[in-house]
Design a protein around this ligand. Structure first.
Ligand SMILES: Nc1ncnc2c1ncn2[C@@H]1O[C@H](COP(=O)(O)OP(=O)(O)O)[C@@H](O)[C@H]1O
Ligand SMILES: [Mg+2]
Length: 382
């Protein structure tokens, strides 16, 4: 690898360096080494760390390691041309945030449109004008530094939230234990009902806190699954039992249908129960009164002589999820369509997705007919 490391020289580069917290890193991709030399001379005084790759494939392979703040990409290259490289980098979540300036001898508007459509952020024509190159590089690096700042602010916020949520857990457990003690005392019936309400609400808060902490642990790759073989129908049955009162209050018929043979899976019982609970909770929450919610468990044959997947469905007759929201609602804090009078935080489904995917399963939603949604989880049958 030809890499040139130079100290920051110009005031602007130092400014950018301060903004980025490091010397800006630029990856130059061109099949012709002489073109790299030209760019190196033009950017010499700017104080960037320059890396060079002579093919698109090598550039893509080295992106993770080099972690460039900007890519200067030649369009006309043999094998993998710049357009293809650009498309691949911009569709990969790991590299799509890196600004790309395409460099080409082609100057027609069609060529410019092709580069921008492939995801390029800017465009420079050959022969390269030094003033233009430096200005465009600075402009893209400014955008990248703003992106980096937003990312680090978000990370900091996420860490702070995890700390606060974690610290909320202990006092809450104190309240839960206090309620348990009060329940065993000889108190008037009215007080008993209130204690029961407080107890239920604090339990819900504890579940929310635990789900948020689990999300944080999965995101930080610090989750340890406590895996056991079990019949997932047993989890579903006990989850259904937990919702009997809430469903009855809303006059919703909550039923389950299960396989005859055990639907055995290898899962973390506590986490998988929380997933099913979240789905039933949503189904009841987003359904009208007098409708029904069904939890359906069956095997999904993958090929004629083997049943190797277990399918868990939570089916409701509510408003359903619109086509363009079907993926979005599984993202953190995404609440889809606003439903009046209903609390929407947007963490339940992201928790479900993260937990299911940590178990190498999948989760998705499709429409129920004539109305409502079917949330489906697929897990390997153990
Ligand atoms: N069964 C359902 N029917 C209709 N919409 C749903 C259903 N489940 C989830 N949604 C939509 O997805 C959003 C995200 O759900 P979730 O992540 O569980 O968060 P929350 O329950 O806090 O709103 C909900 O706000 C709602 O708009
Ligand atoms: Mg929810």
């Amino acid at each position: 690898m030809k890499a040139t490391v130079r100290p920051a020289a110009s005031g602007l580069a130092t400014h950018l360096q301060n903004l980025m917290g490091k010397q800006p890193v630029i990856l130059i991709v061109d099949d012709e080494p002489a073109n790299f030399d030209v760019i190196e001379i033009l950017l010499f005084k700017e104080g960037y760390q320059l890396h060079y790759k002579d093919s698109g494939a090598k550039a893509i392979a080295a992106c993770d390691e080099i972690a460039p703040d900007l890519i200067l990409l030649d369009v006309m290259m043999p094998d993998l041309d710049g357009i293809e490289v650009c498309q691949r980098l911009k569709t990969n979540p790991r590299s799509q945030h890196i600004p790309i300036i395409t460099i080409t001898a082609l100057s027609g508007k069609e060529d410019l449109a092709r580069c921008l459509d492939a995801g390029a952020d800017d465009f420079i024509s050959k022969p390269i004008n030094s003033t233009e190159l430096r200005a465009r590089v600075r402009s893209m690096l400014r955008i990248k530094s703003q992106y980096d700042q937003i990312q680090s602010t978000m990370k900091l916020r996420e860490e702070m939230m995890q700390t606060i949520v974690h610290d909320l857990r202990n006092p809450l457990i104190g309240v839960i234990l206090g309620c348990d003690t009060l329940k065993s005392l000889d108190v008037p019936e009215r007080a008993k009902k209130r204690i029961e309400q407080i107890s239920k609400t604090t339990e819900q808060m504890r579940f929310l806190i635990d789900d948020i902490l689990t999300i944080g642990r999965i995101e930080a790759n610090k989750i340890t699954l406590n895996l056991t073989h079990l019949d997932v129908s047993d989890i579903a049955k006990s989850a259904i039992a937990d919702f009997e009162t809430i469903a009855a209050q809303k006059q919703i018929q909550l039923v389950g249908s299960f396989t005859k043979e055990p639907a055995t899976v290898l899962v973390d019982t506590h986490l998988m129960r929380r997933v099913i609970t979240n789905l039933i909770d949503n189904a009841i929450k987003f359904s009208p009164t007098h409708s029904s919610v069904r939890v359906n468990i069956e095997y999904l044959p993958q090929n004629p002589d083997r049943d190797d997947l277990v399918k868990i469905e939570v089916i409701d007759q509510g408003a359903g999820v619109s086509h363009d929201q079907k993926h979005v609602i599984f993202e953190k804090y995404e609440v889809g369509s606003i439903a009046t009078g209903i609390s929407q935080i947007g963490l339940g489904l992201s928790f479900c997705k993260m937990v299911v995917e940590t178990h190498h399963g999948s989760i998705y939603v499709v429409n129920n007919q004539p109305t409502g949604s079917i949330f489906t989880i697929l897990l390997d049958r153990a």
